[in-house]
Design a protein around this ligand. Structure first.
Ligand code: NAD
Length: 481
């Protein structure tokens, strides 16, 4: 895509999104403007679930009829938009949601453009033998109902779209209300470019004013064949209660164990990078550390050399008291929304500290009474617990992972300890000697996804996750040897 096309595309879409969302258009891109009256059905944006599903259903048939070459063009167009408009989209989402870090919002879009798998994963399998030939093909479900989180609004939508459309599906999306403008912006960009290139429309249909009620309509709509839900405990519970096939990417609380054999300098650097990434918004991000007593002081010191700012126990308790509460509805400790994804400097102010730029993470020793341990804090504040030995560290890691089965890490050179923890914690992603991002292909092997299906067991989702496996056999023929 040429630069000239990029600029024209983004100018057109931004001005249209703002025209639709602003009551008075006095400034340039300003995602804080209040939504105006909706006009349904233009470039994938709809006012009702029924209209969105009807459009997505018709679009899915056209997508399948259009053939694989056109489908590949759509996928490339989504990747190109993520890569070529990363700064504009990243800035827009950062200003709309006011959480995380701008540099990491941009990096997430690059990740989608480069590491999320597409149609290449859907290779037909074949067996041939005495009785002829059998092929296994990966067919679409149809229309998929999608719920996306505020932590990565446009990235989750784009990632889901690449995988689901690759497999021949279309999407009806209920984004988090606090990230709706970013979801609309990327959807309209994709819609315009995909139509221009292929003539295909409404592959991604977004609800302009998403609510819990519209989410529930998606859960029960007869023409939605499958759900893909990415979010916290509340939406996981709601999705698991629906009668549809659901791929559910739920919350995590990833623990890190550091044993006495670990390379402490590397562990400290990796833990700070991972826990500080996007101000700890990642579901795979390091949320608590259990370190063996004999190397605890070394680790705590080393983290300060890699961008961490160490708090003492009283300060860690004070941060927790000011930011974490118990949520009766979900039964989980949670951070107050006003601190989720905020910079460490903002959180430090809560306890009267004025920290310079360059501090990436607050951290410090705590005991088990500190509610940062059980909470998925999603703030750049990392509690560290000193443990008598690796067995105690693993036990506590299992306890505070809460059985989510999401992500866990160990820093160690002892294979027995690695294996012991891997078995005990039983998570979907288990990382040895790497930061959390290594589990999704950044600094580790494997592809990337923004929906890691934990309670339903599909794991790191891929285009194959969104397919029906079909077999076709030809008896006594087509075997040519
Ligand atoms: P959230 O649970 O507040 O919202 C997620 C989505 O669910 C939003 O679209 C929201 O509007 C909707 N929602 C919330 N409650 C609902 C209900 N009762 N019925 C229907 N819809 C409902 O989460 P968030 O703050 O947007 O995102 C952060 C959470 O998502 C964290 O818990 C994080 O671990 C999780 N997450 C998981 C993955 C993964 O791949 N497993 C990826 C990203 C985020």
């Amino acid at each position: 895509m040429s630069t000239a096309i990029n600029e024209t595309l983004i100018r057109d879409v931004v001005s249209e999104v703002l025209g639709r969302l602003q009551t008075s258009a006095t400034s340039p891109i300003t995602p804080t403007a209040a939504p105006a009256a909706a006009t349904g059905g233009r470039d994938g944006i709809f006012q009702t679930i029924n209209d969105a599903v009807a459009a997505a259903k018709a679009a899915q048939q056209r997508l399948v009829d259009a053939g694989l070459e056109k489908r590949a063009q759509v996928i490339q167009c989504i990747r190109d938009i993520c890569l070529n408009q990363k700064e504009e989209l990243g800035k827009f989402e950062y200003e709309e949601t006011k959480i995380g870090r701008l540099d990491h919002k941009i990096a997430k879009l690059v990740n989608i453009g480069t590491r999320v798998p597409g149609m290449e994963m859907l290779r037909t399998d074949a067996v041939s033998g005495d009785h002829g030939l059998g092929v296994t093909e990966y067919a679409p479900f149809g229309v998929i109902g999608v719920i996306t989180p505020v932590t990565h609004s446009a990235p989750t939508l784009a990632c889901n779209a690449i995988m689901m459309i690759s497999a021949g599906n279309t999407l009806v999306v209920n984004p988090h209300p606090s990230g709706i403008k970013s979801a609309i912006l990327i959807t309209q960009m994709i819609a315009k470019k995909a139509r221009e290139l292929t003539g295909l429309d409404n592959l991604i249909c977004v609800i302009e004013k998403p609510t819990i009620e519209t989410a529930n309509e998606i859960f029960t709509h007869p023409d939605i064949r499958m759900l893909c839900i990415t979010g916290g405990p509340g939406v996981v519970k709601a999705a698991m209660a629906s009668n549809k096939k659901a791929v559910v990417a739920g919350p995590g609380n990833p623990p890190v164990v550091v044993d006495e054999t670990a390379d402490i300098e590397k562990a400290a650097a990796g833990i700070v990078i991972g826990a500080a990434w996007d101000n700890n918004l990642l579901c795979i991000g390091e949320k608590e550390v259990f370190v063996v007593e004999s190397v605890a002081d070394q680790l705590l010191e080393a983290m300060g050399r890699h961008g961490g700012y160490r708090l003492n126990k009283e300060q860690m308790d004070a941060v927790a008291k000011a930011t974490i509460h118990y949520d009766e509805k979900t039964g989980h400790y949670m951070a107050d929304k006003k601190y989720v994804g905020k910079d460490p400097q903002v959180i430090a102010e809560v306890i009267g500290l004025n920290l310079p730029r360059g501090v990436e993470l607050l951290y410090g020793e705590v005991d088990e009474s500190n509610p940062l341990l059980p909470s998925e804090q999603m703030m750049p504040v990392l509690p560290v617990v000193r443990c008598a030995n690796v067995d105690q560290a693993i036990d506590l890691a299992v306890k505070y992972e809460h059985g989510f089965g999401h992500t866990a890490m160990i820093w160690s050179k002892n294979v027995n300890n690695m294996t012991k923890m891997g078995k005990a914690v039983d998570t979907t992603i288990f990382i040895k000697n790497g930061a959390c991002m290594a589990g999704l292909g950044s600094g580790g092997e494997g592809f990337s996804s923004f929906s890691i299906a934990t309670p339903t067991g599909e794991g790191v989702t891929s285009p194959l996750t969104f397919t029906r496996v079909r077999r076709c056999v030809m008896v006594d023929n087509l075997r040519i040897i």
